[in-house]
Design a protein around this ligand. Sequence first.
Ligand code: PSV
Ligand code: MN
Length: 429
Amino acid sequence: MYKAIKKELIDQHNQSQKSNLDFDFKYLEQKLKRSGFDIHVIKEQIKKFQVAVPTWGVGTGGTRFARFPGIGEPQNIYDKIEDCAVINDLIGFTQKVSPHFPWDNVDDFKELKEFADSYGIGFDVVNSNTFQDPTDDSASFKYGSLTNSSQEARDKAIEINTQSIDNGKILNSKGLTVWVGDGGNFPGQISFSKSLERYIDSMKKIYAHLPSDWTVLLEHKPYEPAFYSTVISDWGTSYICAKELGDQAMCLVDLGHHLPNTNIEMIVSRLIDVNKLGGFHFNDSKFGDDDLDAGSINPYELFLIFNELTNASQKNKLSNIAYMIDQSHNVTDPIESLMLSANEIVNSYAKSLLVNYSQLEEAQDRHDPIRAMQILKNAFSTDVNPIVSMARFENGHSIDPISTYRTLEYKKQKAKTRKSSKGSSSGIV
Ligand code: PSV
Ligand code: MN
């Protein structure tokens, strides 16, 4: 830690903000006391929260129309790690990164691990990419990968996944997320039944390659790139497959992968109840899989998701959940977006810790929807910034990360050595 950004610089910035923070924190302490919450207990829980940053998220994204590169963009996984270290040095809730293969392939993974270690960065769940053609042209995924009718294409897609596991083992990762874009654009194009059968068959081979302390996370999505039918389209299909594969297979909920108006928090609750919730890809959206910054459009939904998680966790119903961000930053500096998003996620978590779950259950049992809603709304409308900022400060990070970051002119400095790229290797998500 503090290789990307000097600790003295963070301390220097914090000095000018600490007395205001102390004042706000004291005020909130008194306020929460009145509702029976100890701010110090909550702060300690927040200090332990972690969410992984996607390596592909630090590159500027784009749409299918265009990509407008930013200055000083990372050109390879080493630059990406450096940018992720900037984020983590400033906010500290993001010690791990989630890599994507083959985008992040290198010749020497041990060297990559050592490089990341030197920045205090670890590796979370790895992701496999079979939604683009394999780099060696050995097969085509145009008509599907793990579900392709061609055995050759399926084998190649399986190999990319097993290779991702092998890479992840060197990086000390403990999980693999599999998302396939497989499906059809036209009625009749694919057999719904056969493609699901092939998916399960291919996944069984990947599952067999998993180390015993690993988890495989199945990610669903209703449409795009397939616009008529997608093989793993919803949480029900994802659950069926995870169940068929075994205890090491879990479902991953990407917030952008639901049809409009879907009650995502209820899906979260259902997956917890059937012991199959394994991870999240956080982002926000207005229309579809927009990959906007977490909490930027519907922060209440994000809070309601954490409300389910915290409620379940307090009842010891929650196992290990992999929290990751999955966003595309098309018009902002990805570093700023990712810092704000991680904070937004931590804020939602903090707010959920302000829900009194026994009072909520009482209101539910007394058939008092107004009281129940009030309990949630009171927690949601509490300004928890002083607790989250204090947690960052006490963990050794920045009280105001964006302003500290802006004084660095980091991207301007990087632009001197990082050559600007016109194309996109990993920006389009
Ligand atoms: C697909 O839309 C997705 O959400 C999957 O998680 C991919 O791995 C990621 O975006 C990047 O394309
Ligand atoms: Mn995703």
